[in-house]
Design a protein around this ligand. Structure first.
Ligand SMILES: Cc1cc2nc3c(=O)[nH]c(=O)nc-3n(C[C@H](O)[C@H](O)[C@H](O)COP(=O)(O)OP(=O)(O)OC[C@H]3O[C@@H](n4cnc5c(N)ncnc54)[C@H](O)[C@@H]3O)c2cc1C
Ligand code: SF4
Length: 325
């Protein structure tokens, strides 16, 4: 690990001022950042410990649930309001990592975690995300865990967060605080496609922090669920995952939201595809049409084409499950 300056922030203003320095990184639970520093993938000149800032607490308000950036993944998953009103979020969190990691991991850190692409995580390989312009060995290499949606000729790394997929289906937003105040960015706009700048992953700017996650309280959200398919039953990232919520009246869809994980360079959702289901029963043929539309832009290789079948199976399972009355 390269030498670095360490500062424990005692106020939000102090943290934001320090984080405006280009060499600075925020440290929350450390379960991603410290790993990457040990691997030499991240080498910040300044580490700003934000762990003591008052960014905790889960506050149910009339129209939304506000989750502090530093609330642990475990605390969110076991919170009664999350379990009752946003089951997809609780299930997504509990499907990830391990109990110990979820205890240490913060919610904002979860949303900001970096890809698990093995080339990115090893200095033995070039990587456009780690070192812009150096190349992407995954394009011609082992790519069975890589993305098929939202890819570019510069990067095909899959987005790793389970919680982000659930939050996308739940129409959540992140509250970002910077020198100019607070802005709320919908999760659907927060992550950037890799394009030709895969090193830029989110809309977060230097000198800003995620301070809250805002999840709208809706009847639809309470019907949500999360299904994760992966190589082993625990301690494994998604090969394909689905967060879905829908509401039927007289057997026909009146509202639906569905997000995919494990396939995209960003958590994936397509409102135009969802519109194809509204007004119709969720029969196999209609769900197939939805999958065709949702996956139409996929660019699979021989190594990761299997993810399309996994996603279709998971979508069918989630859309044909029976809902609690
Ligand atoms: C073995 C292992 C298995 C895992 N499996 C899964 C899994 O299956 N599914 C899954 O979703 N995740 C998984 N994870 C990832 C885990 O959820 C993340 O490591 C964790 O959520 C990161 O939170 P943290 O607080 O430790 O972040 P840190 O490591 O402290 O920070 C991570 C990043 O977020 C930034 N950051 C932190 N807080 C803020 C903030 N408030 N505003 C802006 N930026 C911020 C940091 O600067 C850093 O870049 C796994 C991790 C490990 C180690
Ligand atoms: S897929 Fe992206 S992260 Fe992985 S090696 Fe290529 S550029 Fe790097």
């Amino acid at each position: 690990m390269r030498p670095f300056e360490f500062h424990r922030a005692t106020s939000l203003d102090e943290a934001l001022a320090l984080l405006a320095r280009p060499e600075a990184r925020a440290l929350a639970g450390g379960t991603t950042l410290v790993d990457l520093m040990k691997l030499g993938v991240e080498a910040p000149g300044l580490v700003v410990d934000i762990g003591r800032l008052p960014l905790d607490g889960i506050a149910p308000e009339a129209e939304s649930l506000r989750i502090g950036a530093l609330v642990s993944n475990s605390a969110v998953a076991r919170h009664p309001a999350v379990q009752a009103e946003f089951p997809a979020l609780a299930e997504a969190i509990l499907s990830g990592a391990s109990g110990q990691i979820r205890n240490a991991a913060s919610m904002a850190g979860n949303l900001m975690q970096r890809t698990r692409c093995p080339y990115f995580r090893s200095h033995d390989w070039a990587c456009n995300k780690r070192e812009p312009g150096s190349g992407c060995p995954a394009l011609a290499g082992a790519d069975s865990h890589h993305a098929v949606l939202g890819t570019s000729d510069h990067c095909i790394a899959v987005h790793p967060s389970d919680a982000a997929v659930a939050l996308l289906a739940l129409d959540a937003a992140v509250a970002i605080t910077g020198g100019d105040g607070v802005r709320e960015v919908p999760i659907g706009d927060f992550y950037r496609l890799p394009g030709d700048t895969p090193e830029i992953e989110t809309e977060l700017r230097p000198g800003e922090l995620i301070t809250q996650i805002v999840v709208p309280r809706t009847a639809l959200a309470a019907q949500s669920g999360y299904l994760k398919l992966r190589g082993r039953a625990s301690y494994e990232f998604a090969s394909a995952s689905v967060a879905a919520a829908f509401r039927l009246e007289e057997g026909r869809v009146v509202e639906i939201a569905l997000a995919l994980g494990g396939l995209g360079t960003v958590p994936w959702r397509d409102p135009a595809a969802e519109a194809l289901l509204v007004g119709h029963p969720l029969d196999a043929a209609r769900v197939d049409r939805f999958c065709d539309a949702l996956l139409a832009s996929a660019r699979p290789s021989a190594g990761n084409r299997y993810k399309l079948d996994l996603a279709r199976g998971a979508i069918h399972r989630m859309l044909t499950r029976s809902l609690p009355c």
